[in-house]
Design a protein. Sequence first.
Length: 317
Amino acid sequence: MPLPQDERIVALANDLLAQFEQLFGAHPGHRPAHAKGILLKGTFTPSAEAPSLSSAAHLSRPSVPVFARFSNSTGVPVIPDSDPNANPRGLAIRFYLAEHSHTDIVAHSTDGFPTRDGYEFLELLKAIAASGPDTASPKPVELFLGSHPTALAFVQAPKPFPVSLATDTYFGVTAFEFTNADGKVTFGRYRIVPEAGNQFLTGEQAAALAPNAHYDELPQRLAAGPVRFHILVQLAEAGDVTDDATQHWPESRTLLPLGTLELTGVVPDNPAEQQKIIFDPIPRIEGIAPSADPLLELRAAAYLLSGRKRRTAPPTA
């Protein structure tokens, strides 16, 4: 996973990481965003339809081992699960193909992203940081949202509390270019749907959640049997925008079944493994390529820079 050669992207990634630290504080050994999490293990089994979309190695084998990390939003490692800022929840999946060979999916539980590129995202983070409770209206964040309708739509999108991290749907932020063995190219976005169905709490139930309720519940659920998700790809059609994460595609678009994610247990030495693993939003595998979305290289740079720093920190508890 190399750093981008464009120095502007690296500089912007560092600026974003510094802004996250200003918002959430310094927490060595933890991620600057989605700091609170749990790492599970399991397998991925591709569907019969998967090779028609892509020639990627994990889509043509009987199954491959995976790690999957569920997480809460913000860079606060102890954010209570009842805090509205814990939403959207995150899900990152690593597909292990061979020694030192893997590909990842990074998703969260709200469809889309608030800004088209990293410069606008940095503006948003700065506006949030400058909009404390004592700041007079219109606050900087109110002014930003008032002039950026896609960011306002993301902020206002419903973000219900799941009954379990295993009962929420997770969406890939960006589109990818899938190529099958015949050379057919299709753009698509990941969607990860729980086999148990979407199950959400009422506002009253969510407010009563214990601080670590979701992370205590998931191992108990696994003790009763595997947790399964169906990984789908929403397929773009002619005219659909593929380089802008703020643009939604119609729900009428085909959802192609890619395969089944089956999670069977918690990864041993969980804090150490979470501290070590660096997920990559760029696939870096034959058969799946990045789109021209400007968020991809930036996110990859930010993940790598923060991951390198995280690995050098003292072990987390």
